[in-house]
Ligand binder design. Sequence first.
Ligand SMILES: CC(C)(COP(=O)(O)OP(=O)(O)OC[C@H]1O[C@@H](n2cnc3c(N)ncnc32)[C@H](O)[C@@H]1OP(=O)(O)O)[C@@H](O)C(=O)NCCC(=O)NCCSC(=O)CC(=O)O
Length: 282
Amino acid sequence: MEIPFFPTLFSTVRSLVVRQPFFPTLEDWLVNHPKILGFSWNNGQTPASSQRFLALTVLCYISFTFILSQVSRPSLARPILKSISALHNLFLVTLSFIMALGCLVSIFSQVPNFRTLVCFPKRTSPSGPLFFWGYIFYLSKIVEFMDTLLIILGNSMKRLSFLHVYHHSMVVIMSYVCVNSAQSSFSMVLVTNCTVHVVMYAYYLMCTLGVRPKWKKMVTDFQLVQFWSSFLIMAMLAFYHFTGSGCSGILSWCFNAAFIVSLLFLFSDFHAKNYSPKVKNA
Ligand SMILES: CC(C)(COP(=O)(O)OP(=O)(O)OC[C@H]1O[C@@H](n2cnc3c(N)ncnc32)[C@H](O)[C@@H]1OP(=O)(O)O)[C@@H](O)C(=O)NCCC(=O)NCCSC(=O)CC(=O)O
């Protein structure tokens, strides 16, 4: 049994993209580099891959956030804070773009068809280019902890919301679980999330540079579309899982599904509080 439309769309786009003159160069850099091609996630051996590291990292993040938000903090001169913030945002715009591109090129280069993109065969091992980008994605979620420090150092305590801390701590666990369990479809989630983050960190970068973009609401809308699109991916994954011989990492998808539902509620609430006509007129 096959899903209509998407497999044809995938193979059409793929045959168009791989024929472009720039594709082999991108493939050389982002897929065929020996470090990327030969990547293998070995729990406990690959740097930052042990469960103990994960637990300690998340625990430290939550503890430091709590402690720093309670104590009196040294005040950084505003220009210094703005410069650190600008560099951080510029770094994440660039990294998110490279991760999205790297994963997309790996998909077109390595994934034979749409079914495999959505549903990795059972007992897939987390190695090769797709998982290399998954690993970088996981590490980038630790770099994103810096967002929280910027909020605290900038004394914007109103912005240190439950949504923010919950999102930042859970997303590290989610990306760890994705790579560790060779979770099906994670590459689609990675490309979507990194694309959203290019826009989001560009928004923050502009704010840091003193320009308040008029398209703040569009960023939140884009985030909500990303969460809704995860349900479409999940539906296709469930279809392939139950009509075929099963997909890799299906249990971790259940964990991710619960996380995405919670984010959908929190972001819908953020949207209502920030952009409803009542708020605008207040
Ligand atoms: C439009 C949003 C992206 C951001 O909403 P905010 O309310 O945070 O936006 P804002 O207008 O107050 O942001 C401007 C302020 O952020 C400061 N700022 C600059 N860089 C920052 C950074 N890297 N992290 C946090 N704050 C930063 C600016 O200096 C400015 O401060 P000042 O006002 O003092 O000049 C929204 O959709 C959203 O995500 N809200 C949830 C809050 C959140 O924490 N989001 C980020 C992670 S969630 C995520 O990442 C979801 C996903 O995966 O897609």
